[in-house]
Design a protein around this ligand. Structure first.
Ligand code: ADP
Ligand code: MG
Ligand code: MG
Length: 909
């Protein structure tokens, strides 16, 4: 079999300051595995283990379970022996047992999306041995009950039945706590823990019909397969689709010796960041729990303590806790375990310098000994991303090119979104405080269940804590509010990754899922009530709060300036309004790549003149109506030229089918008939004349201008007169007149002839002239094929990739909604080709058009004006084809500029 032969090594070991792999091997070992190997090799204390590669996951998906186990059995047994030797313990041994974890890890981090099981290797006999050997019964039985719980959840499918239900194991725990009158699970006695283990096992038997597996090797294989399966869980699939990660990447499996944070008060576990993931501030920060295992921190079940003294003080201030209470009940790790803290502090510094980026790390303290369990480039908000890159640059850790490559283009979008109006905030009623887990402003109506987030146009998801199942709803909601959990809880981490506003750990919230209500200090808020979240301050506000546009200065402005230094391709904008043109210019747009003249015809009185023109039966009638439109159109162009002073402006002649402009409702048809002094019947019959079977392929584009030359004449006149008017006022206009939708050179020639003769006439009338270009859109496949011929005439090409995609695929853009989502779900298409340029097909046509065009005219100016011009992958593609510019909507300009710089940097490496 093909798949099998190509694979050389399926299992990679790490530990004891060596490793088979390294951080560059993320595709093969997954991010977690690659970084565990790298950390081990550079001397960071990492528990020994091994990684089963992502290729094995792919093999599993094609070959199935038993073939894959046969393929890796020997390697896995040897690798377990390697861990046993290092930890001086034996897997499954009754006296000196080794326990292990089985951890998922794809090539990019997908927080909480896939599964991990801890404490494998325990059964009734082994647990006694472990208790004896460590002389710590609490620890041994706590580990055992955790193991059954996690293994039950992940491998045996013991998930709750419905969303109102709690986890079956949690229910058992809650009942016992209630019976014993205790609050924390650390208060359970050994006897309690034994009782939990029994109850858990019975629950498993009852639900699955099978006994809990006692053989450690059965446990291991069960967990490995479950991790592979988790790659295809619904939530992982959703996350992959959301981020555009292909299904064939697969996940790696990491098997690693357990280190125990639950061995008593000299043990613990935590998560930390080398910088602030919300704001980007350069402060080491994080959270930890004493006498706990890893999952406890992220799960948000308990509110953890801060690692640094500074963080702890800031936290206490928000939580309104006095200094003495803080020190006594919630001390920082820095204060509680100064030596361990210092080691951690050194390691975080070393790791950030090593990886040259902000790191997000997991650690465990086992009886005062520090172990690092994971590091990765930390997820962060858009604002933090920009600040961190610019700070690392000014600190000298990275250079300019690296700083630019550190920026994720689409994340810039977050910085361009509105924030709360400071004036409105002053009047707002704050009803609760939580942790500022992910900055931003959100206003919406309360929902309590993730799958109900779509109930309202703007919703705020309010939960005790979130879990990976909630992902889709978190994405839909405008903001997330949780009652429990810290800055590293699931809600906080995921929200920051999405750039979504989030407040976590708002302890004053009493949530009642069954009643679909929450109370704060006795005041009740129900599902559907409006609230607002200020994710930057942690304030929960009653009702709606007004928003304003953000200011884009400081680091953002510096970053934009830096893009200018490296970008070679220019960025223009698509707009027909002077206001938007100015926005785009502020973002650094260097011209307009597409002005859609038809949008201008919809406003106010213009639509009437437009309709008169369309309904006219004679050329004379059409000209009369066009005469009314001329001054309005000229005024529009003046506004745009003025906003773009000095930069080129591409204006597309009328493009859409005419029936889009005529009224289809009876009342407006009547009005029109009265105004034009013609019968209602005449209007109706004209409207039905204009109806087409396939308007997208019908009477539109240059076909309009070639059948009704007076339209092209009027538009050309408006453009040139506007430019000459402005010239008088000292404003430089560079109009580029663009003919849409040509398929033959003759179509172009006819339009060009009309344009040139009008221009000559206007120049003569005014006794003045300006420079201008005449060119065409390339959006019909035939135009690509005859591009050389067209280029002999045209002065520029602009690829209209919306139509080009539509016509290349033969997918009607207006009807694709019926099948595209299904095609993507079924994997027939990887992405929506109207969003991302299809390089294989449409992209080939673009390359051919560029090459054929330039073969006839080497300096032919070429750009793109479809929606793709603001999509990062497509922009990079355009750069690689040798285009002169891309053009996109105003708010995409910063993103496109960044990608232009990145593409140039990548090409030079
Ligand atoms: P995720 O990708 O969801 O973070 P992980 O595989 O990182 O899942 O594991 C979940 C938690 O269990 C983390 O806190 C991690 O540090 C902890 N953990 C994983 N393996 C071990 C181990 N061998 N010893 C101690 N803790 C572990
Ligand atoms: Mg992890
Ligand atoms: Mg088009």
């Amino acid at each position: 079999m093909d798949v099998i032969k190509k694979v050389k090594q399926r299992v990679y070991k790490f530990g004891n300051k060596t490793a088979d792999g390294n951080s560059k091997m993320k595709n093969l070992l997954g991010g977690k595995g690659a970084n565990l190997a790298e950390m081990s090799a550079i001397g960071i204390p990492v528990p020994p283990g091994f990684t089963i590669t992502t290729e094995v996951c792919t093999e599993y998906n094609t070959l199935g379970q038993s073939s894959v186990i046969a393929l890796i059995k020997k390697d896995v047994e040897q690798a377990i022996a390697y861990i046993e030797k290092q930890r001086k313990a034996t897997y499954g041994d009754k006296e000196n047992p080794l326990l292990i974890s089985v951890r998922s890890g794809a090539r990019v981090s997908m927080p909480g999306m896939m599964d991990t099981v801890l404490n494998l290797g325990l059964n009734d006999e082994v647990v006694s041995g472990l208790a004896k050997r460590t002389n710590n019964k609490e620890f041994a039985w706590d580990s055992y009950r955790r193991f059954i719980q996690m293994y039950g959840d992940v491998v045996l499918g013991m998930k709750p039945d419905s969303k109102e239900e709690i986890d079956p194991f949690e229910e058992i725990i809650e009942n016992l706590k209630h019976k014993r009158g205790i609050e924390l699970d650390t208060e359970f006695t050994v006897q309690d823990l034994k009782e939990l283990v029994d109850d858990f096992k019975n629950a498993v038997k009852k639900r699955t019909g099978h006994d809990f597996p006692t053989d450690p090797w059965d446990q291991l294989w069960g967990a490995i397969i479950a991790v592979f399966d988790s790659w295809n869980s619904n939530r992982a699939i959703y996350y992959r689709n959301m981020n555009g990660y292909p299904a064939d990447w697969g996940t790696a499996v990491n098997v690693q010796a357990m280190v125990f944070g639950n061995m008593g008060n000299n043990s613990g576990t935590g998560v930390c960041f080398t910088r602030d993931a919300g704001t980007g501030e350069n402060v080491f920060n994080g959270e930890y729990l004493i006498n706990a295992q890893g999952e406890d921190v992220v799960a948000g079940v308990k509110t953890p303590q801060q690692i640094t003294k500074l963080g702890s003080e800031r936290w206490a201030e928000i939580a309104t806790i006095g200094e003495s209470e803080r020190l006594e009940k919630y001390p920082s790790l820095e204060e509680l375990m100064p030596e361990v803290y210092e080691e951690l502090q050194n390691i975080q510094d070393k790791l950030e310098k090593h990886y040259r980026d902000m790191q997000d790390m997991e650690f465990t303290i086992e009886e005062d000994k520090l172990w690092i369990l994971q590091t990765r480039n930390g997820k962060r908000t858009g604002a933090a991303m920009v600040k961190i890159a610019m700070d690392l640059l000014s600190e000298g850790t990275i250079n300019e090119k690296e700083a630019l490559l550190h920026i994720e283009p689409n994340k810039l979008d977050e910085l361009l979104h509105p924030i709360f109006d400071p004036k409105a905030l002053k009047r707002a009623t704050v009803i609760a405080h939580g942790l500022p887990a992910s900055p931003g402003a959100a206003t919406g109506r309360i929902v309590f269940f993730a799958d109900e987030a779509k109930k309202y146009e703007s919703s705020i998801l309010v939960r005790l804590e979130t879990s990976p199942e909630d992902l889709e709803g978190m994405n839909i909601a405008k903001g997330i509010l949780t009652a429990r959990g810290g800055m590293t809880s699931h809600a906080a981490v995921v929200a920051r990754g999405m750039g979504k506003c989030c407040i976590s750990g708002a302890g004053a919230l009493k949530i009642n899922y069954k009643k679909r209500a929450l109370t704060i200090d006795g005041n009740e808020y129900k599902e559907g009530d409006w609230i607002s979240l200020n994710g930057s301050t942690g304030k929960v506000i009653e009702g709606k709060v007004a928003t304003v546009e953000p200011k884009l200065n400081g680091d953002f402005a510096d970053l934009m300036a830096l893009t200018g230094k490296y970008a070679q391709m220019k960025v223009r904008t698509n707009t027909d309004a002077p206001k938007d043109a100015r926005v785009a210019r502020n973002f650094g747009a260097e011209g307009i790549g597409l002005t859609r003249t038809e949008h201008m015809f919809f406003e106010g009185d213009r639509i009437k003149a437009m309709r008169e023109m369309i309904l006219a039966d004679t050329t004379k009638g059409r000209k009369q109506a066009l005469d009314k439109l001329l001054p309005m159109q000229r005024e529009d162009f003046e506004g745009i030229f003025e906003a773009m002073d000095g930069f080129p402006v591409t204006i597309r002649l009328l493009d859409p089918p005419l029936h889009e402009f005529v009224p289809h409702e009876l009342t407006t048809q009547k009005e029109l008939a009265e105004e034009m002094h013609i019968s209602l019947e005449a209007v109706k019959s004209k409207v039905s004349d204009l109806e087409e079977f396939n308007p997208m392929l019908g009477h539109r584009g240059c076909r309009l201008g070639n059948t009704y030359p007076e339209i092209t004449e009027m538009q050309t006149r408006a453009i040139i007169e506007a430019a000459l008017n402005l010239k008088k006022r000292g404003i430089t206009c560079k109009p580029e007149i663009m003919v849409p939708l040509i398929g033959t050179v003759e179509e172009y020639e006819m339009q060009e002839g009309i344009i040139r003769s009008v221009v000559t006439a206007v120049f003569e009338e005014r006794n003045d002239s300006i420079e201008y270009l005449v060119g065409t859109m390339i959006e019909i496949p035939r135009a690509v094929l005859v591009a050389a011929k067209i280029a002999e005439k045209a002065e520029f090409f602009s690829f209209g990739t919306n139509d080009l995609t539509q016509m290349t695929y033969g997918y009607s853009r207006d009807d694709a909604g019926k099948f595209l989502p299904i095609y993507i779900e079924k994997g027939i298409l990887k992405v929506d080709p109207f969003e991302v340029i299809d390089e294989e097909g449409v992209g080939e046509l673009i390359k051919m058009g560029v090459q054929r065009g330039r073969s006839a005219k080497p300096d032919l100016k070429i750009g793109i004006c479809g929606e793709h011009g603001g999509e990062p992958n497509s922009v990079e593609f355009c750069y690689n084809t040798g285009m002169d510019y891309v053009s996109c909507s105003p708010y995409r300009v910063p993103i496109a500029k960044l990608v232009c710089a990145q593409a140039a940097i990548k090409a030079s490496m």
